[in-house]
Design a protein around this ligand. Structure first.
Ligand code: GDP
Ligand code: IMO
Ligand code: MG
Length: 428
């Protein structure tokens, strides 16, 4: 009857959606606790691909309560669209619950995200332009709009008109851009508010009651450790807390209620935005991984930057989230290579660093210290469904990762399908 948090250990897109979908079979409640529709979680069931941005991946099983927690920033237009998309696919969304304290993303946040990125030019973060950063900035500045205010027409109107007036001053006077029409925005978004109102509740209470009742609760992280606003490669980060501690704040549960934390590790590394990336490859190895792995963003379609597995990063993720286990995904994509490499420490100005440096200027100067491993054939993993079937070369690679990260591997992803998963240890 545990509460389990699933977090990304790298720069996002590790395969959290697939891992959550796999674990959700035995869960009663699945909770998103941070981020917004900057996330893109892909789940493949019976050859059918589902792309989820805001709704927890547990929605694909009937009868699981799916919660959008208070730490999430919700774009109502996107949420309504995602619900309609799922309904069209025959997925019932009535088990969705939205925190009344979650903040709302409005069109001016998207505009601000875009204008900020354009202003930064070469220094841009490479955001998904989903308005996530500006919405969290407004939340911290204490003039954001919460869901419970959004669904009260009078409160929504008053706050919206005030916020649009102030954003319009910013857009015209600072950025030289155009203005928003508060009335048009109010009319469009009021319709979403009416649609979403029945799903609102105090989800902290819902989740805590589920834990009290001995139910299995799964927390679905979005983004990844190195995109965490405090623990990531600042400023090339997102504006929330993807790490496990974020689940407590973003769902309203105490740390004493969390039993396990599973870190999702892609068997190599990818990054979709800008910022330093020590093991990045730009050669034919990268091209091969990108093509075999279809490494293009789920949300933006951008080609993802790729490189060898950086175990220094995973060790760091294990520390800041207190990982109890790792789910290693996409081992199949590395299949067919003669040799594979893993970074086990960095060299920086003559020193060996075994711990991840906080300062991105240091990180930018680090060169990876690699260990080489024998590769494994591409097709054997297709047939592997049990630990015993794993090639010796794969086991060796995983053992070394466990040593550096000081965490055991509990789950393996060997393909996109729900069934292409090997469980080494029970999680629920
Ligand atoms: P997320 O953001 O962490 O949920 O990851 P994304 O969905 O953005 O990207 C991961 C991609 O890898 C998706 O297309 C998944 O379907 C796919 N995937 C997940 N696990 C595996 C795996 O073990 N093998 C392969 N080949 N694909 C996987
Ligand atoms: P999932 O949940 C990968 C990256 C963006 C950019 C930075 C800030 O699918 O793993 P933002 O729009 O959040 O202000 O962008 O964070 N980013 C992600 N990269 N996967 C994600 O989510 C991401 N969400 C944000 O590319 O570098
Ligand atoms: Mg993704």
């Amino acid at each position: 009857m545990p509460a389990v948090v699933v977090v990304g250990t790298q720069w996002g897109d590790e395969g959290k959606g697939k891992v959550v979908d796999y674990l959700a079979r035995n869960a009663d409640v699945v909770v998103r606790y941070q981020g917004g529709n900057n996330a893109g979680h892909t789940v493949v069931v019976d050859d059918k691909e589902f792309k989820l941005h805001l709704i927890p991946s547990g929605i694909l099983y009937p009868g699981k309560l799916c919660v959008i927690g208070n730490g999430v920033v919700v774009n109502p237009a996107v949420l309504v669209r995602e619900m309609a998309y799922l309904e069209e696919q025959g997925i019932n969304t009535s088990a969705l619950r939205i925190s009344d304290a979650a903040h709302v993303i409005l069109p001016y946040h998207l505009e601000q995200d875009k204008l900020e990125e354009e202003k930064k030019g070469a220094q841009r973060i490479g955001t998904t332009r989903a308005g996530v950063g500006p919405a969290y900035a407004d939340k911290s500045a204490r003039f954001g709009l919460r869901m419970h205010e959004f669904v009260e027409p009078d409160v929504f109107k008053e706050k919206l008109y005030a916020n649009v007036a102030s954003k319009n001053r910013l857009f015209t006077q600072v950025y030289g851009a155009g203005e928003f029409d508060a009335k048009a925005m109010y009319d469009e978004y009021s319709a979403y508010a009416r649609q979403l109102r029945p799903y609102l509740t105090d989800t902290s209470l819902t989740i805590n009651e589920a834990i009290d009742a001995g139910k299995n609760v799964l927390f679905e992280g979005a983004q990844g450790t190195l995109l965490d606003i405090d623990h990531g490669t600042y400023p090339f980060v997102t504006s929330s807390h993807p790490i496990a501690g974020g689940a407590c704040i973003g769902a309203g549960v105490g740390p004493t209620r969390i039993d396990k934390v599973i870190g999702v590790v892609k068997a190599y590394t990818s990054r979709v935005g800008d910022g330093p990336f020590p093991t990045e490859l730009e050669d034919e190895v990268a091209a091969g991984i990108r093509e075999r792995g279809h490494e293009y963003g789920t949300t933006t379609g951008r080609p993802r930057r790729v490189g060898w597995l950086d175990a220094v990063i995973v060790r760091y993720a294990a520390r800041v989230s207190g990982l109890t286990g790792m789910a290693v995904t996409r081992l199949d994509i590395l299949g067919g290579m003669d040799r594979v490499k893993m970074c086990v420490s960095y060299k920086w100005r003559g020193q060996t660093l075994s711990e991840f440096p906080r300062d991105i200027r240091v990180l930018g100067e680090c060169t990876p210290v690699y260990e080489e491993f024998e590769g494994w054939p591409a097709d054997v993993l297709d047939r592997c469904r049990r630990e015993e079937d794993l090639p010796a070369a794969v086991r060796k690679y995983l053992r070394r990762l466990e040593e550096v990260a000081r965490t055991k591997v509990v789950l393996l992803g060997l393909g996109r399908e729900r069934t292409a998963t090997v469980r080494l240890e029970p999680i629920f």
